[in-house]
Design a protein around this ligand. Structure first.
Ligand SMILES: Nc1nc2c(ncn2[C@@H]2O[C@H](COP(=O)(O)OP(=O)(O)OP(=O)(O)O)[C@@H](O)[C@H]2O)c(=O)[nH]1
Ligand SMILES: [Mg+2]
Length: 303
């Protein structure tokens, strides 16, 4: 019997908020990347592994490619650029309407320079009439010799299966890189921190959430009751006034963030969780290389 396997790395790229992390979660059938309605939710490269029969896909979810304004955004863009250079295949996500912006055109130039196989995924088709989707396909196909063009609605569960089919067709022969039950390379602590950050992004407005970082100081089964996992987290923010807003009146906002995070953490870790969160100020940390490193967000060539 022929038991040749197929495997490939696929980077999910596109502008902020287009639905890259939502697509990764939908492909995996498991939430490993946080999602919010705010641009620049994802800050690092996230690996998600899907083993389906004789095929293994290693997806790299990337931060939205954007015009960098801080040192942190510079790091985030470099994550995208380096991911593109390392993969067998690209999933390029675009909105269902509107002009492609400068960053998206730069990505296409990169695809051309590297002659990359790219599947164009037109997401959020639930937001536009059908005719618009067809004209969108017509307008975008001349831009690059895409391997396939797939219109989808990730949140509407429409078309994600087709993306997977196209991926299978385009996947080269190769060995499995990870054990079949691998889902992600992110440590549980990282995901726990991200879950808390997602709740901040979802509950708070304007600049506050973008200036936060979360670190997990402790994550340990309670000695007196191993059914409970004690988690202690620090939320870093940029200003004293932001700290006040995150804590809220009488601690109400922090309580809401922690309680929503605890709910998701319990589901994800499949155990009871006791979560304690502290808020600390680190002035302008997004422009401070050592602070970016300290919260684990440094782009590192070697890693
Ligand atoms: N209407 C609609 N909304 C969607 C769809 N897919 C994703 N979204 C929403 O779009 C928003 C952004 O989704 P994310 O998955 O966080 O987007 P992203 O591209 O990873 O964003 P960054 O990490 O910031 O670059 C969220 O509010 C999603 O619920 C879709 O098919 N239709
Ligand atoms: Mg994302």
């Amino acid at each position: 019997m022929n038991t040749k396997t197929k495997s490939g790395f696929a980077a999910i790229v596109g502008k902020p908020n287009v639905g890259k992390s939502s697509l990764l979660n939908a492909l995996l059938g498991e939430k490993i990347a946080i999602v919010s309605s705010r641009p620049q939710t994802t800050r690092t490269r996230i690996l998600g592994v899907l083993t389906d029969g004789d095929c293994q896909f290693c997806f790299l979810d990337t931060p939205g490619f954007h015009k960098p304004k801080t040192k942190l955004s510079g790091h985030m863009n470099r994550v995208v650029e380096s991911s593109i250079g390392e993969v067998d295949l690209i999933l390029f996500l675009v909105e269902p309407e509107g002009e492609l912006n400068e960053q998206e055109m730069t990505l296409i130039e990169d695809f051309k320079a590297k002659k990359l196989p790219v599947i164009l995924v037109i997401n959020k088709i639930d937001l536009v009439p059908r005719e618009k989707v067809l004209s969108r396909i017509g307008a975008l196909t001349p831009l690059y010799p895409f391997t396939a063009v797939v219109p989808v609605s990730v949140t509407g569960r429409d078309g994600v299966g087709l993306v997977l089919e196209e991926l299978k067709k385009a996947c080269p022969e190769g060995p499995f890189y990870f054990p079949e039950d691998t889902l992600t390379d992110q440590p549980e602590r990282t995901i726990a921190g991200e879950i808390i950050r997602e709740k901040i992004l979802r509950n708070m407005r304007d600049e506050v959430p973008h200036g936060t970082a979360v670190t997990i100081e402790k994550m340990r089964e309670r000695e007196t009751n191993p059914d409970i996992l004690d988690i202690e987290a620090t939320i870093y923010c940029e200003r004293e006034s932001h700290k006040g807003m995150i804590i809220g009146k009488g601690g109400a906002m922090l309580k809401k963030i922690a309680s929503e995070a605890r709910h998701d953490l319990e589901n994800f870790l499949d155990t009871r969780v006791n979560l304690k969160c502290w808020v600390k100020v680190k002035n302008d940390w997004r422009n401070d290389e050592s602070a970016i490193k300290a919260v684990g967000l440094q782009y590192d060539e070697e890693s």
